[in-house]
Design a protein around this ligand. Structure first.
Ligand code: NDP
Length: 277
């Protein structure tokens, strides 16, 4: 079984991003990403720091806007102001959001041209319609990894477990655009294993530690584990029980070191795309 190296894929993407940033800077544009942080959640803070570091390394200006304890009105006003600011090319809004505010509500106030993490429902709608749009970077990472691993997608049976607007649904749409035959499973799916065992490719985006075992995997399948579940000792595990699946799967992404680093690299690639206009 192959353990897919997400860090190596991320590095390769970031080389292209660095070159793209250099071109833009030479032409007088400094690509800039605004990161709105409406929470003091520690895991979010860690993720934001990792994005800022990665952005700085490739020459993208990362502007962090702390709005802990904000109201919906203040948040929407900030997102609208950033959307109108010509010096800002990409905007992301971190979760968790304050109680009573949903990402769909605030996402609508991120201009689609700057919506580098696909948070505006309009971006998801355009994706569904096959029109140009930014998909959430995590969903893009799923397809990017499969393409770089040269996994055949055309006509392949792909099973996505999870149907959220940020991962499962957009990943399924992107895979459909690659001409895969896509099955989407969720919490109400009857006999999950009967479905997942059909997948030449299995995408796990559930958020339940190690819930998918050997019985869920078709022999030889490529398994993309999107799940990031914190462990009591401060570590992270995926949605897939990697050890159990190892004798069955053909390849799997590890957690950490799989989808996560590729997601960050694609977010930055999206900023370059947005800055090119
Ligand atoms: P959500 O909680 O929004 O969605 C989870 C999905 O899993 C839902 O569609 C839910 O079904 C489904 N589900 C829950 N329980 C079961 C079950 N027992 N059987 C089958 N399906 C089930 O999570 P997200 O989509 O936001 O995230 C999923 C995972 O991906 C999380 O671990 C998250 O941390 C991780 N993630 C990782 C990123 C990365 O860069 N690596 C980025 C973003 C997320 P239903 O719709 O019926 O409720």
């Amino acid at each position: 079984m192959t353990l897919i190296d997400g860090r190596a894929i991320s590095k390769a993407i970031l080389e292209g991003v660095t070159a793209g940033v250099a071109e833009l800077r030479a032409a007088g544009t400094t690509p800039a990403l605004a990161i709105v942080v409406p929470t003091d959640d520690e895991a979010t803070a860690w993720y934001v720091r990792s994005i800022v570091r990665a952005a700085e390394r490739v020459g993208i200006e990362a502007r962090r806007i702390d709005l802990h304890g904000t109201t919906a009105v203040e948040l929407v006003t900030e997102l609208a102001a950033l959307s109108a600011d010509p010096a800002v090319h990409g905007i992301i809004c971190q979760t968790p959001l304050p109680k009573g505010i949903t990402l769909d509500q605030v996402g609508q106030h991120i201009a689609p041209a700057k919506d580098v993490d696909g948070a505006n429902p309009e971006s998801l709608g355009r994706l569904a319609a096959g029109l140009p749009a930014f998909a959430p970077a995590t969903a893009q990472a799923v397809v990017e990894i499969l393409q770089r691993e040269q996994t055949p997608l055309e006509g392949a049976d792909v099973v996505v477990v999870g149907r959220s607007n940020v991962v499962g649904k957009p990943a399924a749409l992107l895979l459909l655009a690659e001409n895969a035959t896509v099955t989407i499973c969720h919490s109400r799916t009857r006999d999950l294993a009967a479905h997942t065992r059909q997948g030449d490719v299995l995408v796990a985006a559930v958020g339940r530690a190690r819930m998918l075992g050997a019985e869920h995997v078709k022999p030889g399948a490529v398994v993309i584990d999107v799940g990031t579940n914190p462990t009591p000792d401060g570590g992270l595990v995926g949605d897939v029980d990697t050890e159990a699946v190892e004798p069955v799967a053909g390849a799997i992404t590890p957690v950490p070191g799989g989808v996560g680093p590729v997601t960050t690299a694609l977010l930055l690639r999206n900023v370059v795309t947005a800055a090119r206009g």
